[in-house]
Structures are given as structure tokens and as C-alpha cells.
Ligand binder design. Structure first.
Ligand SMILES: Nc1ncnc2c1ncn2[C@@H]1O[C@H](COP(=O)(O)OP(=O)(O)O)[C@@H](O)[C@H]1O
Ligand SMILES: Nc1ccn([C@@H]2O[C@H](COP(=O)(O)OP(=O)(O)O)[C@@H](O)[C@H]2O)c(=O)n1
Length: 229
């Protein structure tokens, strides 16, 4: 069976990673959460007080960063390792969320991450989610999905998830973070978030996880079947 690359892009908290993980698990593909890479870089910059407005400081910091995904023990899930440290939980912290989009807008940071992402796609059989995967990282991917959902629904979903870990978090905090990141991600100069011309749109505002998964799996299976003939 021929293996393909599936890209899943869209705004924050649309359910991209959830869908990507489930698809990869069903197809026996590798799942890569590209956002985790930008989050790990951000964690490093914050911890080491890197002045990210200075190109030299950014380049030096990037030369000290090693990113790796390792299986987490849960089926289909992997954890992000920053210089051999498991940072999977730390990178979901609000402080990282507040700074990640500014750092992900830096050209050198994007080049560093994109180069590694492209290497991961060499052997196909990959589902990667992010913001620029269908437009920049894998412009020739066989299946591109652009996920959208009503902004209020997205805030509610992310709030629910973060509240379970930190009951002090407020819905306003989550809402303003999502709005800020979506704005920066859509308006940056390098690879702004946008739908690739050949991407299919999946609006999951009123879809359950199971329904969105079934729809995307059907697209994937149809694409794989069409490439056999
Ligand atoms: N169709 C859905 N209905 C309800 N909640 C969902 C759905 N898809 C994902 N979620 C939940 O929404 C939150 C954000 O999903 P996630 O996959 O992390 O989004 P993204 O990767 O786009 O930021 C998670 O808590 C996830 O469990
Ligand atoms: N391919 C990608 C993935 C993420 N990012 C950046 O990384 C941030 C965090 O990505 P994420 O996928 O973890 O975001 P959420 O799951 O919180 O929505 C995004 O807001 C973007 O600023 C990016 O620029 N390009």
C-alpha cells in the first residue's frame, strides 16, 4: 500500500492534533505535532533569557537546541524532548503560549524547524499538523486538510482542557491568548497561516471527534486508493 503525507493546518484549538493523532494511529503512520517544536524552542528562549529581537542571539540559541519526539507509552502519543529533557507538559504552560507566536514568526526559527520537519517526511507515512504544513513544509503533500471551528467553540474546548490542569485559569485569559496567536500567526511575514489552495476544509464546529475522524479517514482512504491505480 502506497504511503502518503497528510497535512492538517488551521487556527488554534480547532482539534488539529487530536485529528492528526487519530488518523496516524489508524493508518499506522507517524504523527508530528509541529507546534510542539515551536513551543519547545520558546521554552528554551524563555529559560535562557534569549533576546529574540537580536538575530545573532537567536542563531546561537538555535545552535544549542536539540529537538526530538519519543514515544510516550500511550498508544499513538509521543512526547517532546528538548535537549534530552521531556518537556511535554511544560510546553503547554500559559507562559509558553503567550510568547510562542512571536518566536515562531522569526525567520531563523522557522527555517530551523521546517528543515527538521521536511526530513521527517522523507519516508512518507506521516500526518503533521500546524499552521504552514500544507503551504510551506510539504507543498506537494497528497492530502491537505484545513480545519476550522467557530472561535467561541474553540475557546470553550481549550478552556476545558486547561482548566482540568489548572482551575485558576480564566476563560478570558484563554480567549485573549487564542485571539492574539491567531492574529500573529495569520499576519506574520514568513509563512503566515492560510489555507493551501488545494486543501479541503473541515469545519468541525458541530462535529464530534468521531465524526471528524471518520470524514478525514474517508478522504485519506480515497486518496490512497486513487494512487494505487
Ligand atoms: N470535534 C471535537 N469536539 C469537541 N472537542 C474537541 C474536538 N476535537 C478536539 N477537541 C478538543 O479540543 C481541544 C483542542 O484540540 P487540539 O487537538 O489540541 O487542537 P489544536 O491542535 O488545533 O490546537 C482538546 O481538548 C481536544 O480534546
Ligand atoms: N507549523 C506551525 C505550528 C505552530 N506554530 C506556532 O506555534 C504555536 C503553537 O502551536 P500549537 O499547534 O501548539 O498551538 P495550539 O495547539 O495551542 O493551537 C502557534 O500559535 C504558532 O505560533 C507555527 O507557527 N507553525
Amino acid at each position: 500500500m502506497r504511503k502518503i503525507i497528510i497535512t492538517i493546518d488551521g487556527f488554534s484549538s480547532c482539534g488539529k492534533s487530536t485529528l492528526a493523532r487519530e488518523l496516524a494511529s489508524e493508518l499506522n503512520y507517524v504523527f508530528i505535532d509541529s507546534g510542539a517544536m515551536y513551543r519547545a524552542i520558546t521554552l528554551y528562549f524563555l529559560r535562557h533569557h534569549i533576546n529574540w529581537e537580536k538575530t545573532k542571539a537567536v542563531e546561537k540559541a538555535l545552535s544549542e537546541i536539540n529537538l526530538e519526539f519519543q514515544p510516550s507509552g500511550e498508544p499513538g502519543k509521543s512526547d517532546m524532548y528538548l535537549n534530552d529533557e521531556n518537556v511535554e507538559l511544560l510546553i503547554r504552560d500559559m507562559l509558553v503560549s503567550e510568547n510562542v507566536s512571536a518566536i515562531a514568526a522569526i525567520k531563523e526559527v522557522r527555517e530551523f524547524a521546517v528543515e527538521q520537519q521536511q526530513k521527517m517526511g522523507k519516508r512518507k507515512g506521516l500526518v503533521m499538523d500546524g499552521r504552514d504544513i500544507g503551504t510551506t513544509v510539504f507543498p506537494r503533500a497528497e492530502l491537505k486538510i484545513f480545519v476550522t471551528a467557530d472561535p467561541a467553540v474553540r475557546v470553550e474546548r481549550r478552556f476545558k482542557e486547561l482548566y482540568e490542569k489548572n482551575p485558576k485559569i480564566t476563560i478570558e485569559e484563554v480567549k485573549s491568548n487564542l485571539e492574539m496567536r491567531d492574529y500573529i500567526d495569520s499576519n506574520r511575514e514568513v509563512s503566515p497561516l492560510r489555507k493551501a489552495d488545494d486543501a479541503v476544509v473541515l469545519d468541525n464546529t458541530n462535529l464530534t471527534r468521531k465524526e471528524q475522524f471518520e470524514k478525514a479517514l474517508e478522504w485519506a482512504n480515497n486518496k490512497i486508493a486513487s494512487l494505487q491505480s
